[in-house]
Design a protein around this ligand. Structure first.
Ligand code: MYA
Ligand code: JJ1
Length: 388
């Protein structure tokens, strides 16, 4: 059934019930001298390139490939439209390797037709902190699908990760592969219900009119929590402590240091937003919310071409109830003219989704580890990791 994935060191369907298998790496590292030194062979018309994402020209080519060929919903109505600034943020975290930003060009025309990336990350799996690659943005041009290019791209990124002496990876996909460590549900909170209905993202509920629907999703003009403010550079140490302590409770979560928090969580316009609660009494940082900006192209609408979506990222509540904190996030997202606020049912998100009028979407997201076995499938609420 999975001619490629059956050959890879990943949890296999046949082993799912078998808890005699140990938790941890599936195969040991090999000496670096035994890692293949040359790239894998591509079909003759194509060549590998290492993408210099700093270059405006290369970044634009990647942006165009993804804008026209990346992930769509199951009815092909929407396609992710990652911005160039977002791609630069996603691909250049502390310690990133340029060699892990991999493109495939047509030799004759130099046209970019495929892409895959890795970035380094420390991910804690129960008690073990494991250096991994996070693999993302796998994309093959629509005209080159089903030619088995994806397995070659995955093997090539694996080879380049191995060359850095890294032997594990984490990734997510909308499709089921061998085998998910957990499966998450997407939830959606309408901020601009009229537009969402107009473009087919959502529908008028039974016995609902447009005006009742607009009223249902109305939000206050101002946030409710005293001391709620945008995160600033001087907050990095306090936010790192807050987040580190919070993420301890999950079976799988990133192990962030201050450099990671500075990169991933300091606000960047139209890329990532972060807010925190600073106690008006003692100036302690007690709570934190963040979301990233990922618009989608609307594929078939006369009236609108872009759906502006916010995606819940890392949230921590120690003093302010999570429900109130997330309601404040909805209020600021609405003010910033997002059409919808999306969230997965990871971490403690299950505790506010229904109450804050999120509804389940038609999409699921499967999480995977490469060369690392877990004894049991996790509940989404045991997962403390959000990939972009
Ligand atoms: S997930 C986002 C993936 N991208 C999209 O969905 C964009 C739109 N789709 C496309 O561009 C193509 O359909 C893609 C497949 C490129 C997805 N992850 O070349 P093929 C397997 C892993 O004939 P195509 C993301 O970016 C499929 O099961 N494998 O197919 C994370 C089959 O194998 P098998 C996938 O449709 C990526 C084989 O590929 C995926 O032309 C993580 C068919 O190849 C998928 N999303 O191209 C990658 N989709 O026969 C893994 C299909 O065995 C990283 N396939 O079933 C692993 C860790 C590597 C580093 C390790 C370091 C130590
Ligand atoms: O956005 C998604 N679904 C939307 C639109 C569905 C359009 C028809 N297929 C959806 N809308 C309903 C919202 C409604 C609002 C009021 C309350 C009730 C709900 O369900 C879905 C997620 O649900 N998105 C996708 O399918 C995109 C792909 C998801 C897999 C991503 C894989 C990425 C891998 C990156 O590494």
């Amino acid at each position: 059934r999975h001619k490629f994935w059956e050959t890879q060191p990943v949890g296999q369907f046949k082993d799912l019930g078998d808890s005699s298998l140990p938790e941890g790496p599936i195969e040991p590292p090999t000496p670096l001298s035994e890692v293949k030194q040359e790239p894998y062979n591509l079909p003759a018309p194509y060549e590998w390139i290492t993408c210099d994402i700093d270059s405006e020209e290369v970044c634009s080519e990647v942006y165009t490939l993804l804008t026209n060929n990346y992930v769509e919903d199951d009815e092909n109505m929407f396609r992710f439209n990652y911005s160039k600034e977002f791609l630069r943020w996603a691909l250049r975290p502390p310690g990133y390797f340029k060699s892990w930003h991999i493109g495939v060009r047509v030799k004759t025309s130099k046209k970019l037709v495929a892409f895959i990336t890795g970035i380094p990350a420390k991910i804690r799996v129960r008690d073990a902190v494991v250096v991994m690659a996070e693999v993302n943005f796998l994309c093959v041009h629509k005209k080159l699908r089903s030619k088995r290019l994806a397995p070659v791209m995955i093997k090539e990124v694996t080879r380049r990760v191995h060359l850095e002496n890294i032997w594990q990876a984490a990734y997510t996909a909308g499709v089921v592969l061998p085998t998910p460590i957990t499966t998450c549900q997407y939830w959606h909170r309408s901020l601009n219900p009229k537009k969402l209905i107009d473009v087919g993202f959502s529908r008028l509920g039974a016995r609902m009119t447009m005006s009742r629907t607009i009223k249902l999703y109305k939000l206050p003009e101002q946030t409710a929590t005293p001391g709620f403010r945008k995160m600033e550079p001087h907050d990095v140490p306090a936010v790192t402590r807050l987040l580190k302590n919070y993420l301890k409770q999950f079976a799988v979560a990133p192990d962030f240091d201050e450099n990671d928090v500075e990169h991933w969580l300091l606000p960047r316009e139209d890329v990532v937003d972060s807010f925190l609660v600073e106690s008006p009494e003692n100036h302690e940082i007690t709570d934190f919310v963040s979301f990233y900006t990922l618009p989608s192209s609307i594929l078939g609408s006369q009236n609108h071409s872009i759906l502006k979506a916010a995606y819940s990222y890392y949230n921590v509540s120690t003093k302010t109830p999570l429900l109130q904190l997330m309601n404040d996030a909805l209020i600021v997202a609405k003010k910033k003219e997002f059409d919808v606020f999306n969230a997965l049912d990871v971490m403690q998100n299950g505790t506010f989704l229904k109450e804050l009028k999120f509804g389940p979407g038609d999409g699921k997201l499967h999480y995977y580890l490469y060369n690392y076995r877990l004894k049991h499938v996790l509940k989404a609420s045991e997962l403390g990791l959000v990939l972009l």
